[in-house]
Design a binder for this molecule. Structure first.
Ligand code: BGC
Length: 459
């Protein structure tokens, strides 16, 4: 069946929706799970981070397999993991069962995070690769928003006698099944096909993808074949074959997490109830507002991505994040906690704007673009693995600080002070990220994957 290019890209990116949903849902579901299963803080923290651990494992193990068996088969495999993981979460009866189910779900999330960016980059024409790559992030943010809305919608509604949190976690089965069916409709990546020596099939797919666009599919194929002639390699060959790209991927992914994005995405209701004494319901509404800002700004990012250099957008985002974080710190140090809540919401929104227009999408776009074809799957594995490890570190560290009673920073007055220290640290990383971009990140906008590859090889 011949499906339209835009639709192929949307289906290819749908793993992002599950990534966002399955990581975002726990913020609302966790207090309910804690109550029903009678868990202590430690056990609850473990259930929350089980997805991140699964994701790191999934991300690290899938890439070499995708260089061997193809992108499409593994996208199907990821969709199966998503479906099974979500269904198991919904029927979990105890801590161990739920933890294992969340790890299975994580394997799917991690696999998708390493497969999708490369798949999108390999299908998109060079001039629009930034925008099409940003679709992944757009669907991540849509998934997060959907999760927040589902948290609100199911809360206190035990439909058909089934408890609310089971609906929250189980509702992920629907997008997982859509992804599963969609993945069967996807074409295999022409770059993977060429790397396998199947030039005829690669040409057929490219002709279909470039039909009516005026792009020269034959020229593109010739370039791909040249890149495909390079010897193939696994994770062990990464540093040898693509040292600079590997350093950039690991660095950009760590920094994407160390600027603290998930202290907001995962824990914003906790921050507002614990540090600013908001009611549960008000705090969930704050999270929905933040989810909307995140999603809407990412829509803008889709349109601006191929107009500005990736590096310029990264600088812009780093500066906006650093400034808003330090303003937040100042507000929380200088004002009483009862007055700090609303200005904190405003500057968190500014911070989210800075992230969503730059580091959110570009980190994923870049890891899809910078690796040579011969090790692209393995490279994406390392990059996304770094992202999940960074995510796990920040989430764990942030929760520990947040759960401490009293002040981490006594000048901050009342107990709201415990958000100040992590925000200072995130702000410092936002500044470090400027230097990282300046000295290490290559500009990739508008270049073909093969041009990027030969430039990095020349280095
Ligand atoms: C990050 C996630 C984050 C999301 C927020 C993604 O790019 O990798 O960790 O939750 O953006 O929109």
């Amino acid at each position: 069946m011949k499906i339209k290019f835009g639709f192929i890209m949307f289906l290819g990116a749908i793993g992002g929706l599950l990534f966002g949903f399955d990581t975002g849902i726990i913020s609302g579901a966790s207090p309910l799970i804690q109550k029903e299963l009678g868990l202590d803080e430690l056990a609850l923290g473990f259930i929350t981070s089980a997805v991140l651990i699964g994701s790191a494992i999934g991300a690290l193990s899938i890439g070499t397999l995708s260089d061997k068996f193809g992108r499409k088969k593994l996208l199907i495999f990821a969709a199966i993991l998503f479906t099974i993981g979500a269904a198991l979460c919904a029927v979990s009866g105890n801590f161990a069962f739920l933890t294992v189910s969340r790890i299975i779900l994580g394997l799917g999330v991690g696999a998708a995070s390493s497969l999708v960016p490369a798949y999108l980059a390999e299908l998109a024409p060079a001039a629009k690769r930034g925008s099409f790559g940003t679709l992944f992030q757009l669907l991540i943010t849509a998934g997060i928003l959907l999760a927040y809305v589902s948290n609100l919608g199911f809360l206190n509604h035990n439909i058909a006698g089934i408890t609310d949190w089971r609906w929250m976690l189980g509702s992920a089965v629907i997008p997982a099944l859509i992804m599963l069916i969609g993945s069967f409709l996807l074409p295999e990546s022409p770059r993977f096909l060429a790397a396998q020596g199947d030039d005829a099939q690669a040409k057929a797919v490219l002709d279909h993808l470039r039909e009516g666009t005026g792009e020269d599919a034959d020229k593109e194929l010739a370039e791909i074949k040249e890149a495909a002639a390079q010897p193939k390699g696994g994770v062990a060959d990464l540093f040898k074959v693509a040292g600079p790209a590997t350093i950039v991927a690991i660095g950009i992914m760590f920094l994407q997490q160390l600027v603290g994005i998930n202290s907001v995405i995962y824990f914003i209701p906790n921050v507002f109830t614990k540090a600013f004494h908001f009611t549960e319901a008000d705090a969930i509404w704050v999270s929905v507002g933040i989810g909307i800002v995140n999603f809407v700004v990412t829509i803008i990012a889709v349109f601006v991505m191929d107009r500005f250099n990736r590096k310029s957008l990264l600088y812009f985002g780093s500066v906006v994040m650093a400034v808003s974080l330090f303003v937040l710190v100042a507000i929380n140090l200088l004002t009483d906690v009862s007055d700090a809540g609303v200005p904190t919401i405003i500057f968190i929104a500014v911070y989210i704007f800075g992230f969503a227009i730059s580091w959110g999408p570009i980190a994923w776009v870049l890891i899809g673009e910078i690796f040579p074809l011969s090790v692209r799957g393995a490279g994406n594995s390392i990059g996304s693995g770094a992202n999940w490890i960074g995510n796990w570190i920040v989430s764990t560290f942030f929760l520990v600080l947040l759960s401490q009673s009293g002040n981490v920073f006594p000048q901050a007055g009342v107990d709201g002070g415990n958000v100040v220290l992590p925000f200072i640290i995130f702000g410092v990383f936002a500044i470090i990220s400027i230097f990282f971009v300046k000295f290490l990140v290559p500009e990739t906008k508008g270049k073909s994957l093969e041009e990027i590859e030969s430039e990095l090889r020349a280095k």
